[in-house]
Ligand binder design. Sequence first.
Ligand SMILES: C[S@@+](CC[C@H](N)C(=O)[O-])C[C@H]1O[C@@H](n2cnc3c(N)ncnc32)[C@H](O)[C@@H]1O
Length: 491
Amino acid sequence: MGGKNKKRKREEKRGTIHPNNKYSENPPDFPHLASLYPSFQPFLQYSHNGHPRIDWTDFNATRELTRILLLHDHSLNWWIPDGQLCPTVPNRSNYIHWLQDLLSSNIIVPDTISSADHSKVRGFDIGTGANCIYPLLGSSLFGWTFVASDVTDVAIQWAEINVNSNPHVSELIEIRRVQCNATTSGLLQDEEPVLSATEVENLPKLPLDLNACEHNSYRGPPILVGVVREDEKFDFCMCNPPFFESLEEAGLNPKTACGGTSQEMVCFGGEKAFITRIIEDSTQLKHNFRWFTSMIGRKSNLKCLTSKLWEVGVTVVKTTEFVQGRTSRWGLAWSFLPIVQHKSSISLPNKNNMSFMLEGLQRKDGAINVLEGVKSYFSLHGLSCTMDTSSFTVDVVATKDDCNSILKNEMPIINLSTDYQPTEKKTSDRSNVNLSCDRSGLCISVFQQIPGTLLVKGSVQDKNSPLSGAFSVIFRKLEEVLQNKFCTRSV
Ligand SMILES: C[S@@+](CC[C@H](N)C(=O)[O-])C[C@H]1O[C@@H](n2cnc3c(N)ncnc32)[C@H](O)[C@@H]1O
């Protein structure tokens, strides 16, 4: 018994609801709600130890709870027809609050992308569903504006009803139907063909064939490319994707009755394929969005999708865990904009000498691996590097073009799935070092601190070089890449 309690306490501690979430300190009070809303009364039950509860396997009960929470706590009128996916308000609020954290952080440079009306945050909700929950919450909590897309008639119809039932936010939300007949998933029927198969075939090709090694690549209607207009700018996109690969898989959790039709829950290749397509689309829309984000249902997909992100040259990846009760979901966010380094984690004594710490390294990752990582980072951009494993340094020479390549992220940075096996015991061949006047030499050194912690120092060797100004930005990018490769990642 004591063991069970301990286990429960451990689980409760594991993750917490977002601190700004209305329900973090005050979970819904069912008896109080039932006293205020008689329509909720029939769904109120008490467990054997007297705890008020509802039957989570009863769709009508969960829908009524969502309806009254949206009304009571957010002044939102809301309804969905039988069988449509029923969102839980505390859980969906977590995603909105995490987005607010991202937007208010100074992780990426401000104001390089913003909508016409600078005072309003503008988001794109991919697959808003009949419930339209994210735009309703985002607009009522923070006054954000939204374009909310979906592919099915019922989702579009009911999302519009839900928006129009709330005049205080209806001006802020545009419902957009995704126009396409080009689905091979067999999930869409009765859609007006708008893009022909040839037109879909002729959509811009992706810079990297991310699906080359995937047999379950996305086959379905457009997601962002073909839906977002050329001149549109958004602060973020968000998505609760169809998680499952099949209806059987979707019906595996008999303990809840959140509803959900096959169109809402299932797509060919599951969430991995769906989000991979969002990543591919994001490489073409990197100037239209400040942040791309998605919810992920399976932790195992997080690592693989994060690897894909670094392959396509994003500048930053952020992840978080959304916990509600015993359900965990993950949030994944990325951007292609230049990052702004937090002053606390990097020292800037002068711009020709910088350093940062790598903390929380795994036992298998020592100074030599990090040194290899430094070398790989610069080599992948075509820069000439010399690694000296006796002094734990990498000397780098760079032309203006090389620096530009790093600054623009033209090349993939580091493939996280690649294991760098130290091959050189000692290398000090400096024959290819050429510090001529248009080349700027950098020296990167790695120092062991305490176990699991390394100090990485960088210095400009040729201070008169006109390129020395790019050093701080390049060094920050190196820090981000090494942090992501070697350190435990968090929000
Ligand atoms: C899991 S539901 C999410 C609904 C709602 N956002 C929520 O969180 O409850 C996924 C939604 O994505 C929609 N969908 C599937 N493919 C889509 C596409 N290519 N573009 C836009 N929406 C899509 C489905 O119709 C469905 O409404």
